[in-house]
Each structure stands twice: as structure tokens, then as C-alpha cells.
Design a protein around this ligand. Structure first.
Ligand SMILES: [Zn+2]
Length: 251
């Protein structure tokens, strides 16, 4: 009797297991295996997507770099602030009055174009032959020639013993071409003397600073333009210096 009861229980359990297995098979047939997209969605994010996320995290703001100062130009007004006014004409026209005004006008033009400009005196305390520690980006000494009437024109030269002859020559070329274009004066190369190429202030600026000297014209023959068109003289200088600072070769 007991054996029969257990046999019946076993038969019912087997029947129930068969029904469950049947329903499981039916469910699998209807829904199918998990699709690949679902598997990928559950998988951890690949390393390539994690790294950019880490890099994009906010970082500390870098310290602000100071804005560099504009280039410094030095214009030396020949004979200014000294006892020697330079060349003088019988009518009282003085070289120093021309060089001082032209230097000031050129400074205003270069300031307006964004450059820093120092106006230097003939014997300026910033220029020291022993130290040579004054180092503008461009140095130009402004003079005018003697009160004679048989020659006309302007001259530009650099130091004979220049430490940087290529840059000095480029500065001289830029000033020469721009000044000639602005004034229409002829270039009087023949009268460039050691008074220009051995000019004392060219040997007082820093050796690496490009430097040159210009003679604006002759106080005698070029009197009209030297006295009535100083804006044009200054414009020629400002244009030449600016072209030099813009790295023009000024061929
Ligand atoms: Zn002079």
C-alpha cells in the first residue's frame, strides 16, 4: 500500500516536471535567445570611451601669461639738450631745432601705431660706452647737414664696426627707401663720411641693437623742405622704422 502511494507521487512529480519543461521550451521558442545589442548594452563601457571622459574633467586654470611690451624704438634728436646746436645758417636756422621737432613728430606717429618710443638727447645718460646696456629694438640718430647750397639730399649709414651689420644694413635700407619716398629728396651717398660711420652714439647702444644715423638734408639747399614739410620728414622716418620692425627686407 505504501509502495503504491509513493509510485503515484513519483508519477505525478514526473508529469509536473514534463509540463514545466514543455512550457520552458515553448517560452524559449517564442522569445528566442538574448539579442547581441542587449548583450553589448549590458557589457561595461570599452576603455576608449572612458579615457576621453577622464581627460575632459575640469582642470585648474593655467596662470595668465603677461602681455609682451610693444617694441621699443629710440630716436635720438641730434644736438638736443647740449651746448652745440649743430649746423647754423646765416639766417639763424639751426640743425637742433629741425632734429628735435622731426624726432617728436616721428615719435607721435610711431606711438599711434602701437610702438614705444624714447627720445634721446645727444649725450643721453642712458647711452654709456662702457656698459652698452641700452637695447632698443631699433635706434635711429637724427641729424641734418651743413648750411651749404651746392649739394642736396639726405644720407643714411650704420656704424663701420657694427656687431650686427646685416640688421643694421636692413634698418638703414628701410629708413633710406621710406624717407626718400616721403620727401622725394635725392640720396647723397657720396658725402657719407666717418662723422656718420663712427658716430659716437652708435657705439654706445647695446651691440645687438640695430642702429643707424640719418642726415635729413642740407640746411642750405634743402631749406624749404626742412623748414616747411617736417611732417613729411617724420613720416619717412616712422614708415622706415615700422617696416624694419615688421621684418621687411626693404630691398
Ligand atoms: Zn649733426
Amino acid at each position: 500500500m505504501i509502495r503504491r502511494v509513493w509510485l503515484e507521487r513519483l508519477a505525478r512529480a514526473a508529469l509536473l516536471a514534463c509540463v514545466v519543461a514543455l512550457f520552458g521550451a515553448l517560452w524559449f521558442a517564442l522569445t528566442g535567445p538574448p539579442r547581441p545589442a542587449q548583450v553589448i548594452a549590458l557589457a561595461p563601457a570599452p576603455l576608449q570611451t572612458i579615457i576621453p571622459t577622464l581627460i575632459a574633467l575640469p582642470t585648474a586654470t593655467p596662470p595668465a601669461t603677461p602681455t609682451p611690451l610693444p617694441p621699443l624704438v629710440a630716436l635720438l634728436a641730434g644736438h638736443s639738450c647740449g651746448e652745440d646746436p649743430g649746423a647754423i645758417c646765416p639766417d639763424g636756422l639751426r640743425e637742433v631745432d629741425i632734429t628735435t621737432e622731426v624726432a617728436q613728430r616721428a615719435k607721435q606717429m610711431l606711438n599711434a601705431r602701437g610702438f614705444r618710443v624714447d627720445i634721446l638727447a645727444e649725450f643721453d645718460p642712458r647711452l654709456n660706452a662702457a656698459k652698452r646696456d641700452y637695447s632698443p629694438r631699433a635706434f635711429l640718430a637724427i641729424h641734418a647737414d651743413s648750411c651749404i647750397y651746392n649739394v642736396s639730399g639726405y644720407k643714411v649709414a650704420r656704424a663701420a664696426n657694427s656687431a650686427s651689420p646685416q640688421e643694421d644694413d636692413r634698418l638703414a635700407r628701410c629708413v633710406r627707401s621710406s624717407y626718400g619716398a616721403a620727401t622725394q629728396l635725392p640720396f647723397h651717398e657720396d658725402s657719407i663720411t666717418t662723422a656718420m660711420t663712427l658716430y659716437h652714439n652708435l657705439m654706445k647702444i647695446a651691440p645687438k641693437s640695430p642702429g643707424a644715423i640719418i642726415e635729413l638734408g642740407f640746411l642750405g639747399s634743402d631749406k624749404v623742405i626742412l623748414t616747411t614739410q617736417r611732417e613729411q620728414l617724420a613720416l619717412g622716418i616712422a614708415n622706415g622704422v615700422e617696416r624694419f620692425l615688421q621684418a621687411s627686407q626693404c630691398q
